[in-house]
Design a protein around this ligand. Structure first.
Ligand code: SF4
Length: 331
């Protein structure tokens, strides 16, 4: 990422990471703000300026450290060192939460956040799993802050618990030699290359994502694959069939033996439509009135019967092409 401007909370500069960022990005403007949650100048921008906003970096101190119970891959969703992202996936659910303010925010109080995870892990009866990447992409963030390397090294020393994060990026080189101690699960999010090209702007190509997963598995990390989000474009059967062919061909035997799969169908929203229509008028339209239905205020998802048909198709394909790989849930 090459940010063009940094908005910062002055308190962030009291932290080591805040000082490092200040030095690293000393040749672009730094604008002081009161709160990373409310930057009026950016909120007032039009939807058309969404891609430009994604070039800003926000540096602050995370205040809310509440762990939210979760029942999929992890026991808790944990607020961690960033939220938002500099890539642009047209369906990104962070857009729903932050609207056009889904730019990358970095939080410099990482010691406080990791300490809380470690304390909760140590106090528990069983090995808890903490999802640290539900608000951003930590592999991407790591290229700016080194936070993921720092986290893995420090959490790896702990005797209890696991951390997990999903990613759509392949820059895992700096993670391979770390002492993760088997306490880290990386989940690579994949989609057909045609969908990556047309809808997941700025993320890594499929080939490199699969290679990154193989390398992480070889380095002893626990690994998973997220087929997510499944988008039912016109030729979706052909695209997802080819995707699963490629997984079967390009994943190493070791990775196939160790991984698990999650499948998540796309949800979309009125906010996405408004931003995408104005910021990317030529991009693919993801809302399909034939296949989708309303779900909550301003949100859309695939109709139950449509989703069930997609699920059956994917389960059949996976059973034939990646036999024995567990599918832990489909939503
Ligand atoms: S890479 Fe992940 S966090 Fe970033 S825009 Fe895409 S879906 Fe959102």
């Amino acid at each position: 990422m090459n940010p063009d401007k940094v908005f910062f909370e002055p308190a962030a500069l009291k932290y080591e990471l805040g000082k490092e960022l200040r030095e690293r990005f000393c040749d672009i403007p730094w604008v002081a703000i009161q709160s990373h949650n409310k930057i009026d100048e950016l909120r007032a921008k039009s939807n058309r300026e969404f891609p430009k906003l994604k070039r800003h970096l926000i540096v602050g101190v995370r205040k809310s450290l509440t762990h939210t119970p979760n029942h999929k891959v992890s026991d808790f969703l944990v607020p961690y060192t960033s939220s938002g992202c500099s890539a642009i996936c047209l369906y990104c659910y962070l857009v729903c939460n932050y609207n056009k303010c889904s730019y990358l925010r970095l939080f410099v109080n990482r010691e406080q956040m990791l300490y809380k995870i470690i304390k909760t892990a140590d106090d528990a009866q069983k090995d808890l799993v903490f999802e640290i990447g539900s608000n951003s992409d930590l592999v991407l963030e790591n290229t700016i802050t080194g936070n993921l390397e720092w986290t893995i090294e420090n959490f790896g020393k702990n005797k209890k618990g696991l951390i997990t994060f999903p990613t759509k990026f392949d820059m895992v080189g700096p993670l391979l030699s770390l002492n993760h101690n088997g306490r880290v699960i990386m989940r690579m999010s994949v989609n057909p290359q045609e969908i990556i090209t047309k809808i997941e702007f700025g993320t890594s190509p499929l080939k490199r994502r699969i290679a990154a997963l193989n390398s992480m598995c070889e380095a002893g990390y626990k690994v998973g694959i997220l087929i997510a989000p499944v988008i039912l474009v016109e030729n979706w059967r052909e695209l997802y069939s080819k995707l699963i062919d490629r997984l079967a061909e390009e994943l190493t035997e070791k990775a196939k033996r160790r991984l698990f799969i999650e499948i998540i169908f796309m949800t979309y929203s009125y906010v996405h439509r408004a931003i995408n229509r104005e910021a990317f008028p030529k991009a693919a339209e993801l809302y399909d009135k034939e296949l989708m239905t309303g779900r909550g205020r301003g949100k859309y998802c695939y109709r139950d019967d449509v989703r069930a048909m997609g699920e059956e198709f994917l389960r059949n394909q996976l059973e034939v092409k990646l036999p024995g790989v567990p599918i832990i849930y489909v939503v």
